[in-house]
Design a protein around this ligand. Structure first.
Ligand code: FMN
Length: 475
């Protein structure tokens, strides 16, 4: 059943109350999700996005009840992922000549998924306009790597609706469509979870893109996302929230996570947390056994924290595998300006804690001293854990994070202060945040370590997002 959004825009998407796993099992959708597709009926009839491929048949059948499919003038695909463009094959089987408007990268990903190169694609770029009659236009805004290279947003003049696709969305299912109709705590919990788990690596880009959109100085009545609610009550609240989250967000909060075989490392975690709390009761402390708890919730708590303590006992000389998996997640999410430290119990030679410390450093955390205990901690060892917690609370409060004492972040800051003219300067891909560091590493695309950016050939493609040299800025 469609839902009226404005006089001429209707929601024609699909609610998915029962989904619990997204991106394989990477993202747990405890509150379901929705796939928002919109039908605009102005002088022209326009469909914005479709739904997840598993609902293809229902979607096309329902859409056909809403409108004679042959009268659809344009299909806009803001993002080619299967949860938005998945119903295209079913739809295009009915109306194969309907033009599809999308970015140039989307042609590649749509064709890669649906294998119909003969579809009538029309490439759009930022600022391009499409007349839809009645004096109204669609304006396209490319948003590469938010969160795929093909992503874009579409703005509709007149009703002033921004069809933002994944940005500003959340995995949240409710029979109500609008933000003012749903439980606000549930809504913001899901917004934060979505940002923390999906958008954190692209935070710098989020800020730049929002500023670019604001520079258009367009009025904004609604933000119509592709998952979850339509923001109609004070829609810029979520834009402001994104700017806050993108600015290396943190609260006065510390998260501990660990894994354990016989609870020895858990005893350490509890005692460290007691120490933090006794030294600074205002700090929120959260503890998770990584093998028993929802990974996305732990990552969201880390996103909200100023620091994280990671614990594992040593098993066959290394850390426990679920802890290693979480460290890989942390590396991928590229948190910035956060502290970290490792702890854990061992039996004979140990090894896990040192490996965790190294991995935390590689992931960009400002790493503090670690703590090890042999076998099951006795009272003296537990007191050492409490003292460690008190020290963490003092140190992490005494040195505000933006001052960034010695560690990985301060190294990055020092590099950022290097003038761009310096031939040894590191370059940041502004699209996917891959970093070109001339001084270190393996040869990349036959470019030897030590090669100055000015000597890198123009044919160089970013290993992260495959875009060219022009998207790089000095770090
Ligand atoms: C399967 C297994 C493998 C282990 N491998 C090592 C090891 O390689 N090096 C070491 O120092 N201790 C090793 N230990 C000892 C544990 O690290 C030690 O018992 C520790 O206190 C367990 O802490 P936990 O209860 O937090 O898991 C191993 C223990 C088990 C059960």
């Amino acid at each position: 059943m469609s839902i009226q959004v404005t006089n001429t825009v209707h929601w024609v998407g699909q609610k998915d109350w029962e989904i619990r796993d997204f991106h394989g099992t990477e993202y747990k959708t405890h509150r379901g999700s929705s796939y928002n597709s919109y039908l605009i009926r102005e002088g022209k009839n326009v469909l914005i996005d479709t739904v997840d491929h598993k609902f293809s048949r229902d979607f096309v059948a329902n859409l056909a009840l809403e409108i004679d499919l042959e009268t659809l003038d344009y299909i806009i695909i803001n993002h080619a992922e299967e949860d938005h463009a998945g119903a295209l094959t079913e739809l295009m089987a009915r109306i194969p000549n309907t033009p599809i408007y999308c970015t140039s990268q989307a042609i590649d990903s749509i064709t890669g998924h649906h294998h119909h190169p003969e579809w009538r694609f029309h490439t759009v770029k930022t600022g391009d306009r499409l007349d839809i009659g009645n004096g109204r236009q669609l304006i396209f805004i490319e948003t590469p790597m938010l969160h795929w290279p093909d992503s874009m947003m579409t703005y509709m003049t007149g009703d002033a609706v921004l069809f933002s696709n994944d940005a500003f969305g959340q995995h949240y299912c409710d029979e109500h469509l609008f933000n003012d109709e749903v439980d606000q705590a549930e809504l913001y919990e899901q917004c934060a979870r979505y940002y923390a788990n999906i958008l954190t690596p692209f935070s710098r880009l989020v800020t730049a893109k929002i500023n670019e959109i604001l520079a258009f100085d367009l009025p904004l009545q609604m933000i119509a996302t592709s998952h979850g609610v339509v923001w109609r009550d004070n829609p810029t609240q979520i834009v402001a929230q994104y700017l806050t989250w993108a600015a290396d967000y943190q609260e006065d909060r510390i998260t501990l996570f660990y894994d354990t075989m016989s609870s020895n490392t858990r005893l350490m975690a509890d005692a460290i947390a007691q120490g933090i709390h006794s030294a600074d009761p205002s700090v929120a402390v959260k503890i998770y056994n990584v093998s028993r708890h929802d990974k996305n919730e732990i990552l969201t708590q880390i996103f909200r924290s100023k620091g994280v303590l990671v614990g594992s006992s040593t098993m066959n000389n290394v850390m426990m595998p679920k802890v290693a998996g979480m460290l890989e997640e942390l590396a991928g999410l590229r948190f910035r300006n956060k502290k970290a430290s490792a702890f854990g119990s061992f039996g004979w030679t140990g090894g896990a804690v040192d490996r965790i410390q190294t991995r935390l450093m590689d992931a960009g955390f400002d790493v503090a001293l670690s703590l090890k205990t042999q076998w099951r901690p006795d009272n003296a060892a537990l007191e050492a854990c409490r003292e460690h917690g008190r020290k963490i609370a003092r140190d992490w409060a005494l040195h505000p994070l933006d001052e960034a004492p010695a560690g990985v972040n301060s190294e990055l800051d020092a590099r950022a202060a290097t003038p761009a003219a310096d031939a040894g300067v590191s370059m940041l891909c502004t699209v996917c945040q891959w970093v070109y560091e001339p001084a270190i590493g393996e040869p990349i695309q036959d470019i030897a370590p030590g090669t100055a950016w000015s000597d890198v050939p123009d044919t160089f493609l970013c290993p992260g997002c495959a875009l060219g040299k022009d998207v790089f800025d000095p770090l």
